[in-house]
Design a binder for this molecule. Structure first.
Ligand code: FAE
Length: 545
């Protein structure tokens, strides 16, 4: 995107914030704020009125709204700031040739789709580095998360889906749905820069042939498909296709970051937050513990790491208002440890429960030789098979790309099933580790539901599953990972109806931990809208002098 174009689309505050981000990156700084951008020495911020842990959706909304309210706020993010080009001139590496920038302290990449024709062709050796995508392993489930300024927005597929109103109401019985659908969902979508693919372009471009084929096969089975909005700039994508813009979504970029086109949080909420002049961001700092002083001040300990992962400094912070936006597993882990190790003993017993995978299962189907999916595929999904209304087997399946640069006849999907299974986190005092009690049997429930839907599609089209994509054991359904970790500090159970954590005043959760394990669609619009609702209430009621 040219500077001119950016200036047309961005607010003055966002531009100021982006200048701050660029200035910090150029100088290799891990402390980012407007003062830094103007080269002045930043004010001491180790004691801030408000601290936000994490800079994903929940953290970014909190930071912006606090900054706008004139409250000096510090954001602590364990990942790095992603806007310094590497030796190849690009900020992020591509999925086809991943390097150290791809994954969080790994020596080999761990992509979800690990094999092709049973061959270990996808993953590659890399050097250890604070890369942008992490895969957090628990016993029977691993969780993909984004690491860096912008959290999951840096690595996700950008699908910006508002949940079905009736299902939202089912999941959040205490939340006023009219207020959500009239105020907070529209606010979230507008701030996130949600847009939709031009249907005419979609129908004609080679880049979405894979989607049209999947739509045809769903149609043959009598299933409904629906367009899904995205935060990737479709104008940019069309220019990529026309050869007038540098390719990103059309160059296989997604899970290790997009160098162009994606409206990730560093370009939206976080740029605006920094632009208020009240928000400072520290990167490469992982909060390890939270406690509370006798006067009610929250005390945080954070490890600052370098590019090798070595802790170079242990820092102490104090604040009056503490907002947790570390994501479902980041926030839940901090709170479970705080309760069980006795630093926040009054946290509710429900903290650490109600966790789910949003029913995620990935699978591939093998198409007939005449049903080509195209060598050229956009990485941004724009359509889903919507069978959520089928009460016997509710599934919403995203039609996912598999951009290998060659014709492979694979239709790939990320199914979101209405799996009612939930798991809890436990604390191991000996190691200090927090574990997740999700079992293989709980994943099997999602598989059963996805299988019912895709058996229908295979039957109607005389096609079969692909057995070669998820390792050497002929695995059809990848049920051992999730992109959508949800829950652990559920709204209305571990918190009040607005995300205020039970047992402690001025302690808030604003991220995916609030969602009770399932939302039926890709979750970031819901997380953003709920965070907007929390911030509106908290700023009106809790922070008045
Ligand atoms: P999140 O975005 O994960 O942000 C948490 C931040 O906190 C991260 O930056 C962490 O590094 C940081 N952090 C955690 N612990 C600490 C700590 N102790 N100290 C300091 N910092 C910490 O949380 N969702 C959609 O709606 N549409 C999609 O198309 C989609 N595609 C996805 C594709 C992939 C590959 C992945 C991994 C996820 C996808 N998601 C998608 C899920 C979405 O990104 C996710 O629900 C949100 O990012 C969750 O937002 P939170 O604010 O909860």
């Amino acid at each position: 995107m040219t500077v001119k174009l950016m200036q047309r689309q961005l607010t003055r505050r966002q531009i100021l914030g982006m200048v701050a981000l660029q200035g910090a990156a150029a100088a290799g700084l891990t402390r980012i704020g407007l003062q830094v951008a103007s080269a002045a020495e930043p004010a001491a911020v180790d004691n801030a009125p408000a601290i936000v842990v994490g800079s994903g959706y929940g953290g970014a909304v909190a930071a912006l709204r606090l900054g706008q309210a004139g409250i000096r706020t510090l954001v602590l993010e364990m990942g790095r700031l992603w806007n310094t080009p590497g030796p190849d001139g690009k900020v992020f590496c591509s999925t086809r040739t991943p390097d150290q920038r791809s994954m969080w302290f790994r020596t080999r990449t761990e992509a979800p789709l690990a094999t092709f024709l049973w061959l270990d062709l996808v993953n590659q050796d890399i050097s250890s580095y604070p890369g942008v995508l992490d895969r957090v392993h628990y016993d029977h489930m691993s969780v993909y998360v984004g690491r860096g300024v912008g959290g999951g927005s840096l690595v996700n597929g950008g699908m910006a889906v508002t949940p079905l109103r009736s299902y939202f109401a089912e999941q959040f019985p205490t939340v006023d749905t009219a207020e959500m659908y009239d105020t907070y969902f529209p606010r979230a979508r507008s701030m996130l820069g949600v847009n939709t693919v031009d249907p005419a372009w979609f129908e004609s471009t080679e880049w979405y042939r894979f989607t049209r084929i999947s739509r045809k096969h769903a149609d043959n089975a009598g299933l409904k498909t629906t367009f899904v909005p995205n935060v990737y700039d479709f104008g940019h994508m069309e220019r990529e296709a026309a050869g007038t813009a540098t390719k990103s979504a059309l160059a296989g970029e997604v899970i290790y970051g997009n160098n162009q086109g994606k409206r990730s949080l560093d370009k939206t909420y976080l740029a605006s937050a920094l632009g208020t002049g009240n928000v400072t961001l520290h990167t490469m700092e992982r909060v390890t513990s939270i406690s509370r002083a006798a006067d009610g001040t929250y005390l945080l300990t954070a490890d600052r790491i370098d590019d090798t992962g070595t802790v170079v400094e242990t820092k102490e912070y104090a604040c009056t208002y503490l907002f947790l936006g570390g994501g479902s597993i980041g926030t839940t882990e901090l709170l479970v440890r705080a309760r069980e190790s006795g630093t926040l003993p009054r946290l509710d017993a429900s903290v650490g429960t109600g966790w789910g995978t949003n029913g995620n299962v990935m699978l591939g189907r093998a198409n007939h030789v005449w049903d080509t999916v195209g060598a050229n595929q956009s990485t941004m999904p724009v359509m889903g098979i919507d069978d959520w209304a089928n009460t016997a087997n509710p599934v919403f399946a995203e039609i996912a790309p598999l951009p290998m640069g060659l014709e492979h006849w694979v239709s790939l999907y990320l199914a979101i099933t209405k799996n009612p299974e939930r798991a809890s986190f436990t604390y191991d005092p000996a190691s200090g580790a927090v574990r997740l009690g999700w079992s293989a049997a709980q994943s099997a429930v999602s598989v059963g539901m996805a299988k019912k839907l895709f058996d229908r599609i295979n039957k109607a089209n005389a096609t079969i599953y692909r057995y070669d994509l998820f390792g050497s054991s002929n695995k059809v359904f990848a049920d051992d990972f999730t992109y959508h970790p949800l829950g652990g500090c559920v709204l209305g159970r571990s918190t009040d109806a607005y995300g205020r954590v039970k047992g402690y005043s001025r302690l808030y959760v604003t991220d995916g931990s609030l969602v009770p394990g399932s939302i039926g669609v890709n979750p970031f619009v819901t997380i953003t809208a709920l965070a907007e609702r929390t911030m509106a209430r908290v700023l009106a009621e809790d922070t008045a002098p």
